[in-house]
Write a protein that binds this ligand. Structure first.
Ligand code: ADP
Ligand code: MG
Length: 390
């Protein structure tokens, strides 16, 4: 789950990481009032679940409350386009107004889980502020890394090594070690999936401040973090994904034309690959789960049908725990309850697959029943009028 910058900053602050003072505004009038209360120059920052806002025009310096008002009225309501949003951008509904910081240097500090090493990796760089992806691609030697042993935890020497590598000295070095240690603690305590401070700045006075903050949380751990779950902003998520999550469906919207309904995440991935190989693109990833029932199939179908991009549906079910005849009955019942006006290809395999195929064929509904996955994928490509892969 993603959160806004201002929310991530609140989490960091509660773990002792210094962040600028600020306030959240939904209108330009509120922004002006916050700027007045803060006093001095402020920065107006669009709050959307995407980075690269500065380059897209979503971060502006304002010298006085009137200028904060002007910038805010331009930014609130705009479709902010960054390299992390789609081409249509993301509508800005609120701005974070914070005190302008006197920047001496912009650094980068981040923590990710390295699945290959099964360890958290802390990354730090003196080349902060700009596209860290570009730094990683072109000058990877500018990024320092420390892998944390999960048993021993972050060692003080590792935090010191990173802080030295950031070119910090004296009191700044002490602050750096504290901040790196605090970020690691925050990451573990809140079950983060990604934590990033870019830029982490050294002010003219020599202090460290987190000027930007990004935190993604592990969805599977949210059940034990009610406070973090409260930070969810469904306005920022794809409406169909929000709808699917209400029914416990694992759904991710993609930009192809074949709606896929599959049981099991592994089979869903394989199905998407085969669809692509056959000459079309999947419109979504959808795992209806192992114990597929009528209600789940029906909800999944409604979600696929409300996506205008979907030109045909491919149902690919493997009957392992569930029996294919039960799944087939479920699919038939589900489709009797809703309007489906596009071609549907069904492939059932596994326990009682033949009985399942007969139920589908005898239902009077317009299915194309396929036995093999290749056949199913080719049928769906034909249905959307795509060119088959020779
Ligand atoms: P994004 O990464 O989405 O572009 P940032 O929060 O990193 O947004 O802001 C972009 C740039 O704006 C920063 O690299 C920094 O130079 C400047 N900036 C952001 N917040 C402040 C602030 N409070 N004071 C001064 N400059 C800021
Ligand atoms: Mg940033």
């Amino acid at each position: 789950m993603k959160v806004h910058e201002y929310q991530a900053k609140a989490v960091l602050k509660s773990h002792g990481i210094p962040v600028p003072h600020g306030g959240l505004a939904r209108t330009a009038e509120e922004a002006k009032q916050i700027a007045r209360d803060l006093g001095g120059a402020v920065v107006v920052k669009a709050q959307i679940h995407a980075g690269g806002r500065g380059k897209g025009g979503g971060v502006k310096l304002a010298r006085d409350p009137q200028e904060a008002y002007r910038h805010s009225s331009n930014i609130i309501g705009m479709d902010l386009i960054t390299h992390q949003t789609g081409p249509g951008g993301q509508k800005v509904k609120q701005v974070w107004i914070e005190e302008a910081t006197d920047i001496n240097r912009e650094l980068y500090l981040g923590i990710v889980l390295d699945r290959a090493q099964s360890r958290l990796v802390i990354m730090a760089s003196q080349a902060g502020g700009m596209d860290i992806e570009e730094v990683a691609a072109k000058t990877p030697e500018k990024i320092l890394k420390e892998a944390v042993d999960p048993g021993a935890g972050l060692q003080p020497f590792q935090a010191r090594r990173l802080a030295f590598g950031l070119g910090l000295e004296g009191d700044g070095l002490k602050q750096g070690v504290q901040l790196i240690t605090a970020l690691h603690k925050a990451y573990v305590a809140t079950d983060c999936a990604l934590a990033e401070i870019n830029p982490l700045v050294v002010t003219r006075q020599g202090d460290l401040v987190a000027l930007d903050a990004k935190m993604n949380f592990d969805d599977n751990a949210l059940s034990r973090h009610r406070d973090i779950l409260q930070l969810r902003d469904t306005d920022e998520e794809d409406p169909l994904e929000v709808e699917a999550s209400k029914y416990g469906l694992n759904y991710i919207k993609l930009d192809g034309e074949v709606g896929c309904m599959v049981n099991g995440a592994g089979l869903a991935m394989a199905t998407m690959d085969i669809v692509k190989y056959a000459g079309c693109s999947p419109a979504n990833f959808l795992d209806v789960g192992g114990g597929t029932n009528v209600e789940r199939v029906q909800n999944a179908f409604r979600i696929l049908m409300s996506d205008d991009d979907v030109k045909a549906v491919l149902i690919n079910i493997f009957g392992g725990i569930v029996r294919c005849d039960l799944v087939a009955e479920g699919v038939v019942q589900a489709l009797q309850g809703i309007t489906v006006d596009i071609p549907v290809v069904v492939r059932l395999q596994g326990t009682n697959a033949e009985a399942g195929a007969r139920i589908l064929e005898g239902s009077g509904l317009k299915f194309r029943v396929a036995r093999e996955l290749k056949e199913a994928a080719e049928a769906v490509v034909e249905a959307v009028g795509g060119a088959p892969n020779p």
